[in-house]
Design a binder for this molecule. Structure first.
Ligand code: SAM
Length: 288
């Protein structure tokens, strides 16, 4: 069945995340019949197109030209061209510059359609064995220290299953940061999905840290982490700081990733006392 490709339109085309057999026939036909394919990395995508003997012209669309190039692509679509967007792997607009192009197309009245297919986060979630009904996709944690801490602190009380992307050379640091702020949680490390050495390692964050302290992380990873226990969270909220000792109040913030000084400042602010008072209190020997 031949597909009707419309001019003046953007086609988001999901491509395999490892196994070339996962290319859908609709994506194949679209990539063959559109006027232009915008690709995140044209060299990388050329291998894919060659494999499927697709000869459609390609142009680059990536992080560093995502706004100015979007204007060029939009102009071409306004002139009647059909354009397909593909990224390095998986579903365009998920954790890649596709999001910007889609938004700009909507603003310019260019119709967009999405051809579903492989997506690393959903593949990992389904394999994780963790609750799938409610989940939060966080993509990559920010590299900036402050921003990263803010996001981690937000995640500390997240009750939904959490999904993160991570590059192998950052895996150890990310596992340590997660454990420090979230505590020891269940995690599924989903590796090399759809590829020959696909694996799902189910353990706790502390076990994962121990494993990778003696082993080099290799390949692509999606981390699926158990959300916070709802009942436990509700209990913590119920027992607000007013019912807590200063030590417990400090512990609450330190568990959420604040360092000792930050926690002291926050405890002092909450209680309307000075940092010095908190400090003095913590120095006091506990009455037996
Ligand atoms: N848009 C893509 C999608 O559909 O999920 C994701 C792009 S993002 C730039 C790349 C990240 O996705 C990798 O760093 C890794 O965390 C994850 N990823 C992609 N392919 C994977 C695979 N085969 N196995 C495990 N993780 C993968």
């Amino acid at each position: 069945m031949s597909m009707d490709i419309k001019g003046g339109m953007l086609y988001l085309c999901a491509t395999p995340i490892g196994n070339l057999e996962d290319m859908t026939s609709r994506v194949l036909e679209t990539l063959t019949n559109v006027d232009v394919i915008a690709a995140e990395d044209t060299r990388n995508s050329l291998k894919l197109l060659n494999h499927f003997q697709i000869r459609t012209p390609m142009t680059s669309y990536h992080e560093y030209n995502k706004v100015e190039k979007a204007y060029t692509l939009i102009r071409q679509m306004k002139e009647g061209k059909s354009i397909a967007l593909i990224t390095d792997a998986g579903t365009p607009a998920i954790s890649d510059p596709g999001e910007v192009l889609v938004r700009m197309c909507h603003e310019e009245g260019i119709p967009v359609t999405s051809l579903p297919g492989p997506c690393a986060c959903i593949t990992a979630l389904t394999l994780s064995g963790l609750p799938t009904r409610r989940f939060a996709f966080e993509a990559f944690l920010p590299q900036d220290k402050k921003e990263r801490r803010t996001i981690l602190q937000e995640l500390a009380d997240e009750t939904r299953t959490m999904i993160l992307y991570e590059a192998p050379h950052h895996l150890r640091k990310t596992l340590e940061d997660l454990q420090e702020v979230l505590g020891d949680r269940r995690i599924a490390l989903c590796r090399e999905l759809t590829k020959r050495f696909e694996s799902v390692e189910r353990m706790t964050l502390l076990q994962a840290i121990a494993k990778y302290s003696g082993e080099e992380p290799r390949g692509e990873y999606v981390l699926v982490i158990k959300g916070r226990d709802r009942a436990e969270l509700q209990e913590e909220v119920r027992r607000s700081w007013e019912e807590m000792s200063i030590e417990e109040h400090m512990e609450l913030y330190e568990r959420r990733g604040m360092d000792h000084k930050e926690a002291m400042k926050q405890v002092a602010t909450d209680r309307g006392i000075s940092k010095r008072d908190v400090y003095q209190y913590l120095l006091k020997p506990i009455d037996k």
